[in-house]
Each structure stands twice: as structure tokens, then as C-alpha cells.
Design a binder for this molecule. Sequence first.
Ligand SMILES: Cc1ncc(COP(=O)(O)O)c(C=O)c1O
Length: 359
Amino acid sequence: MKDKITNILSKIKPVVKAIEPYSLKHYRAPVKINQNENPYDMPDVIKTAVNKLMSEKAWCRYPDFVPSVLISQLAEFNQWKSDGILVGNGSNELIEALMIAAIEKNTKVLISQPTFTLYSMFAKMLGGNCKEVCLLPSLEFNVEGIRAESRQADLTIICSPNNPTGSLLEQDDLRLILKTSSGLVIVDEAYHEFSRQSVVSLLNDFENLIVLRTFSKAMSMAGLRVGYLMGNKKLVEQISKAKLPYNLNIFSMTAAMSALTHFDLLAPQIENVIAERERLQVRLKQIPGVLPFPSQANFIVFQLAGDPRIIFDSLFQDGILVRDVSRYPMLDQCLRVTVGLPQENDRFITSLTKIMRHA
Ligand SMILES: Cc1ncc(COP(=O)(O)O)c(C=O)c1O
């Protein structure tokens, strides 16, 4: 029996077997501030409107092959062309499609690290030759390093604001990278609303730029899985070949359209998260042995004078779930906390203060 499974496993690509799976242990805690979700749920007005629309639609029919109404709304919302937009089942699906379309054996992929794990995982699985440029010790982007390496790269991948550090790449620095890079430059703006900035306007000047977005964070829709990609029409046409047909279900599509229509209801929630992030920064700085890094996202990475795994466990015992990022490059002394509701943030600060007295 053992020999048979060994034989069968030999059919799996060695690069796949060498990769650590991207998964999150299923911890449950009363204060869940570990996944960069929005602590404010979708406003009831939008939920009610979506439920009503869904009860009037035929569920037995496939969605439109291209969700053109949603795409037109996104085009207007972002001041970008409809034919340069692709919608996906979460931005994860579009990351996958983009990589399938662009990466083969030995494709040169440059990734600024530490960052969202999925990028290097897929690049390696597809045979890409990954090169990493680390952030500076301040956790700011190493612009010169990225610029130098991206001259030779087929793909340069930058998450801005970056997950898990919250670092932001300034638009002028991206402009420099785009000018000198010989390949595609992907900017993942999953958290851009929390920085009140975007690089979308650069799409007009640079045909090698691709911007990824999600409805999972600021738009309070992580459970519904909607993301989108913006880029040059001809590039988007090619990438769309690698995504599955009917990838966006009608419920998620309807919810995304309503969220855009009622964005005025979501905007104040985003401002609340930003204000809470700034309050958390101040409170974290006041705890002896804790050093938070500046963040333009809805989370903060903080360095600890003590073993982060033990501190993670102590917080968990106290009912608080944060993210252990200590296995990421450069972050071996760090944990990451997502900005929660004010009362959740207070509970987290009280607990961490108590734990650090004994760390
Ligand atoms: C930088 C970044 N990109 C993409 C994603 C995935 O987003 P989605 O929920 O749209 O698949 C995440 C999720 O945490 C992320 O941090």
C-alpha cells in the first residue's frame, strides 16, 4: 500500500511538493483580529437591497459570461476603461489567472518580501525563477533594490499597502520602477482605501502596469469573494483566457454592484478604521517592549521584546486572535493585528499590556 501511494505521489511536480501549503489554522476566539477583515459588516440597507434583488432573480440560470454592468460601474468608479477590467472570484483567482498566463519555467519573477504568500507560492509552482528584494529594516520599500532588479524581471510584484507590514510605495517611486522595468509590474492594492491613495491613474501612462483590487477588505465583502484587475486592454484579453468561465456568481455580483452604488455608506466605516488604526499605533507605542511599524492599511505589524509565539498563545488564552507572522522573512520578532472595533482594540491593548509585563 505504502509503495503505491509513493508511486502515485511521484506524479506530483517536485516544485509543488516542496511548497508549504497556504493555510490558516482554524483557531476561534471571541476577538478575531487576524485576517485583515473589515470589523464593520455590510450596512443593513445594502444587505436588504441585495436580498430583495436575489429573490427576484432566476437562480437556475448561469450568470452573464462577462459581468458587463458591474464592469461598467467599476470603470466609472475608478476612471478606467471597461475593456481593461477583469472581475474574479476574489482577487486570489485573478492572481492565479495572471500567473498562469505569464509564468512558465524560468520566467523571472521579482517579489518584494515579506509579502502576501500566494505570489511566491504560485510563481514557484509554475516553474518561475523567483528573486526576492527585501524591505529596508524600517520596513519601507527598497525602491533602489526593486528598480535595479526589475530591469531584468519578466514580472515585478509589489503589494501596496503591503501585507503584512502596511508599507506604502509612493507613486513617484512606482513611476521610476515602471520606467526602467523590462516586464510587467503588478501592484496589488487590496488595502488602498485605508491609505486614501491609489496608483490607478498611472495606467494611462504605463502599459506594463497591472493593478489588483478586492472587495474583501474596505468593502466588507470577504465572505462573498469579489476582486478585480485593471490593465491594458490587450493584456487583460490574454489574462482572461486563464480564468474560469462563470467565475463570479450572481449573488456576489449583485452585492458588489450594490456596494458600489451605496459607497457613501461604506466610506464612513473606512474612515472609522483609519482613525482606530492611528489610535492603536499610539496605544501600542506606550506598551514597554512593543514597537509598532507605521501602517497605511487596516492592520499593524509590531515587534516584540519576547518570543512572539508565546505572546500569540497568551493573547489567544485571553480570547484574542492575532496573526503570527514570525515565520515571514524579517519579521521573526513580530505579530500582526488587524484593526477591530474600538472595544476589540481596547481589549487587545489591555491584554497585551498585561502580557508584556511578564514577557
Ligand atoms: C495583498 C493581498 N492581496 C490579495 C488578497 C486576497 O484577497 P481576496 O479576498 O480578494 O482573494 C489578500 C488577502 O489577504 C492580500 O492581503
